[in-house]
Write a protein that binds this ligand. Structure first.
Ligand SMILES: *Cc1c(COP(=O)(O)O)cnc(C)c1O
Length: 398
């Protein structure tokens, strides 16, 4: 499809989603689909199959698509998976971990929280203690890439522990799935949640849950809500070959299918991950040269999004910095950490190292405040993606 007559986006989104998508992804939305039509349902089934194969090489998994943003998927998974006599433990080190807690509380699901602090990784021994002390816990939830800070949680290590206590494991891999290689079998996850507008590089409109079928099949009649009943949604999609229970976001689904094709063309998740890592290293290196300091130590940092300390200068104001960058073609993201003043720059989406180089130029010429950025306490130790992988899969200390 020739999209040349469509104007380019006036700026690049350097955000955790919605993010910059290709013209061909946007172009795929330029036709209407009937939801009960076989052609459409075939696309849905292909998407479901492809999501499962991106999530694991093991058999026994299935995918459910759910209308709404990512949170709808997390809410559907939690409020369908946990039974009336169950209890959820959430490992939280940011806003999205705390959102899981909020979801549980709203549905009156008993929940306890392991608060690690927003800049710390969870401690294996502490998690083991919590699981030992409270046998009522049936499910454990954690966020993979905590988008609040960009921190990557060691989900394989946590999975080992969760399974050694025989609990059900729910992973919010919203901002990392498709951008970082992972295998649900290895991680030991029973539920893995993501959405259309993150690393698959589609547009917003639905979330998806990849689930271990043996586990999902137990959840009939557990859901606290009709529209977020993951089991019912799955049963309909499964028994009626790709049919959604209620109106489906047809255009978004078509764009997502195109995005999956483009992921394959790029060389799959490994190739995409390498591009994100390159974006991230270039960004962090260049920002350091300009005097900015990343919030996290490099070993905890994901290639997805990076939080930087805001300059200490009293003249600095995020809005003004943001506006200047936007004028130059880049949209960055405000901070979300509770007690620290930060801003965030995303590396995901249709973004390439050459874009990051142009961004760094734009940042340099947008530093309108007088004093240099404070660089004290920067704990710089560059890590390769291989070292990173080792950190994420190392055996726990217990
Ligand atoms: C984006 C995101 C979500 C979902 O947010 P929505 O605004 O509902 O799409 C959930 N968890 C994480 C870690 C995310 O990055």
């Amino acid at each position: 499809m020739n999209m040349d007559h469509f104007p380019d986006n006036p700026y690049l989104l350097l955000t955790p989603g919605p993010l910059s998508t290709t013209k061909s992804v946007k172009g795929a939305m330029l036709r209407d689909w009937c939801t009960w039509d076989d052609d459409y349902n075939r696309i849905v089934q292909q998407i479901r199959n492809e999501l499962v194969s991106l999530a694991t090489v093991d058999p026994g998994y299935t995918a459910v698509l759910m209308q709404g943003s990512g949170t709808f998927g997390v809410e559907a998974a939690i409020t369908t998976a946990v039974p009336r006599d169950g209890k959820l433990l959430v490992i939280a080190n940011g806003a999205y971990g705390h959102r899981m807690v909020k979801i549980a509380r709203r549905a009156e699901i008993p929940v306890s929280v392991y608060e690690c602090g927003e800049t710390e990784a969870p401690d294996a021994d502490h998690l083991v203690d919590m699981l030992k002390e409270d046998p009522r816990i049936t499910h454990v939830g954690v966020v993979h890439c905590e988008t609040t800070t960009g921190m990557l949680n060691p989900i394989s290590v946590i999975g080992e522990m969760v399974k050694s206590f025989d609990k059900v494991y729910i992973v919010d891999a919203m901002s990392s799935f498709g951008g970082i290689r992972m295998d649900m079998g290895e991680i030991r996850a029973d539920y893995l949640i993501s959405s259309a507008n993150k690393c698959i590089q589609g547009v917003p409109g639905f979330s998806f849950v990849v689930a271990r079928e043996n586990e999902l099949i137990k959840t009939r009649d557990r859901a606290r809500s009709l529209s977020l009943d993951l089991y019912d949604q799955w049963e309909t999609m499964e028994n009626h070959q790709g049919k959604w229970r209620f109106t489906s976001p047809t255009h978004v689904v078509r764009a997502f299918s195109q995005a999956l094709e483009e992921l394959r063309a790029e060389g799959g998740i490994d190739a995409r991950s390498r591009r994100y890592y390159r974006n991230n290293r270039l960004l962090v290196g260049g920002m350091r040269e300009l005097g900015f300091r990343p919030l996290l130590t490099d070993t905890l940092q994901s290639p997805i999004i990076t939080a930087f300390h805001s300059p200490r200068d009293p003249d600095y104001e995020f809005k003004q910095f943001y506006d200047q960058l936007k004028e130059k073609g880049f949209v960055i993201y405000p901070g979300k950490v509770t007690d620290l003043d930060t801003f965030r720059i995303g590396n995901i989406g249709n973004v390439y190292p050459s874009d990051v180089t142009r961004l760094l130029e734009a940042v340099k010429s947008s530093m309108y405040w007088k004093n240099p950025v404070d660089i004290s306490r920067d704990r710089h130790c560059p890590v390769s993606s291989r070292q990173h992988e080792r950190y994420l899969t190392q055996t726990p200390s217990f």
